[in-house]
Write a new protein. Structure first.
Length: 488
């Protein structure tokens, strides 16, 4: 789920010409003919979008389910799969009906990494999901009050792109670590190398072979531009893992062992729905930390959504003569509500997916395609046993692939302009190297403000960026500040 360009490309030649007069109420409501589409194209587009983003039903439980909260608790993968499918189904259909765009929504990659590896270790899962609800509500407030413009202009475009790249590298590193391709060298080894290849400096075991083959298959399919490449790879390598597990003597697969379930269809487990605490995080992590975490979530969600909405609409030829997205306010409000729904369901923040462009490529031009995509996610609710047999080694290659897709934004950064390039580099590098998305964003913001100041161009920095950088300074210096205040 990578960022699309934030600026609207010219779409004059892409806008569909008016089709034949609408023949029924469904056609008139969704403006199918008016947008130069047909019911068959919308259905085909809805299927294409689902198959290109259905990997989230595996990856979201993988990322959230592998993390522990402050108290060592883990979320149930089966319940996570149900929550992920439910939120995707409901919010995708709402976007189709309310926004009339072929724009599907589901738990956001990158956002779920923030929740799993940055937020949850500081508090309970209920508190962490409460922060997601708060983030979504604040995004809705930003949309309703018109502050979207102010926030959009506060962050330099290059830093937005660098954040996407940094999250991509972070996700790829998570994939390598989850599969066991990269492991931490114990401190007792007395070495200056912090990580190594495999568990002993070499790759061993059948599960590692499955992972490596999965990476090769995924990148081969991506290079061939096969639609649904990531999902195809996950399914194929899961089948390979099932065969390997039945024939070979495998000591361990990690969290999930690939064994065929007793039943393929089961009743959805809605046990996580409603498990959130709206303000509990403030007591667990402190006001400053919570404010910074919420800001990080808003930044990741808000700008990724803006880029995705504009990019998909432009590809579909739906931008008007001024490059504006139809029903933009309503679309952004629904996206904010999706974040609320994701947090309230413990599925992490839900957001718009750039993979929706696959449906557009198949001819989708209206929200009717979303009814198809959402319906398929609803069907997936009853296939949870089948979805939870996927081992880490079969799913992790998708994380590596998504990391690559997100990193492609690096080409848009002006590397010969140091006042942009250095903050962008720090943003990108600090995220994976410190295993922290928040740290990367903070390092980039502070570097940007400092460089602009020493160049005598401090007035070019938006006041929102000044305020945020000040918060990040407090965040990084919290230990000496607490000592000075006698807190410790």
């Amino acid at each position: 789920m990578s960022d699309a360009p934030s600026e609207a490309p010219s779409a004059a030649d892409k806008r569909p010409s008016a089709g034949p007069a609408p023949g029924n109420g469904l056609d008139r409501f969704f403006r199918i003919s008016a947008r130069g589409s047909t019911l068959a194209r919308e259905i085909r587009g809805g299927f294409a979008t689902f198959f290109t983003m259905a990997y989230i039903l595996v990856l979201n439980p993988l990322i959230l389910g592998s993390a522990k909260d402050k108290f060592g608790e883990q979320l149930d993968p089966v319940q996570l799969t149900t929550a992920t499918a439910l939120v995707a189904a409901v919010m995708t259909i709402i976007m189709g009906v309310g926004g009339n765009l072929p724009l599907a929504l589901a738990a956001g990659l990158g956002l779920n990494a923030v929740v799993a590896f940055q937020v949850a270790p500081l508090m309970s899962w209920d508190d962490a999901m409460g922060l997601i609800v708060l983030e979504g509500l604040l995004i809705c407030v930003l949309v309703v009050t018109g502050l979207r413009e102010a926030v959009m202009h506060a962050i330099p475009r290059a830093l937005k792109q660098a954040i996407s790249v940094g999250i991509g590298l972070f996700i790829a590193l998570i994939g390598f670590v989850d599969a066991g391709f990269v492991t931490r060298i114990p401190d007792a080894a007395n070495t200056t190398v912090p990580v190594q290849l495999g568990g002993t400096g070499t790759l061993t075991g059948w599960p590692m072979l499955v992972f490596c083959l999965g990476v090769l298959l995924t990148i081969a399919l991506l290079a061939r531009k096969v639609k649904g490449a990531i999902l195809i790879s996950i399914v194929a390598m899961t089948l390979v893992a099932l065969v390997v597990n039945s024939l070979a003597d495998v000591r361990t697969w990690g969290l999930t062992t690939p064994e065929w379930p007793d039943q393929v269809v089961d009743t959805p487990d809605f046990g996580l729905i409603g498990d959130f605490s709206l303000f509990g995080a403030f007591g667990q992590a402190g006001v400053i930390t919570v404010v910074l975490l919420v800001f990080t979530l808003i930044l990741s969600d808000f700008f990724d959504t803006m880029g995705t909405v504009v990019g998909v609409s432009a590809e579909a030829g739906l931008l008007d003569e001024e490059g504006k997205v139809p029903n933009l306010g309503r679309v952004l409000l629904i996206d904010g509500a999706a974040a609320v729904a994701g947090g309230a369901s413990s599925a992490s923040s839900a957001t718009s997916y750039i993979e929706s462009a696959a449906g557009v490529g198949e001819g989708a031009r209206t929200g009717f395609a979303n009814l198809v995509t959402g319906g398929l996610f609803a069907l997936a609710l009853f296939l949870t046993p089948l979805l939870t047999i996927v081992p880490l080694q079969a799913a992790a290659p998708a994380l590596v692939a998504v990391g690559f897709l997100m990193m492609t934004q690096v080409k848009h950064i002006e590397w010969d302009r140091y006042e942009i390039a250095i903050p962008a580099f720090l943003t990108i590098a600090v995220m994976p190297f410190t295993y922290s998305i928040t740290n990367g964003i903070g390092a980039g913001f502070i570097a940007y403000v400092v460089i602009k100041t020493v160049l005598g161009r401090a007035k070019e920095v938006h006041w929102l960026l000044w305020g945020t950088s000040a918060l990040f300074l407090v965040y990084f210096a919290i230990d000496p500040i607490e000592q000075l205040l006698g807190v410790k």
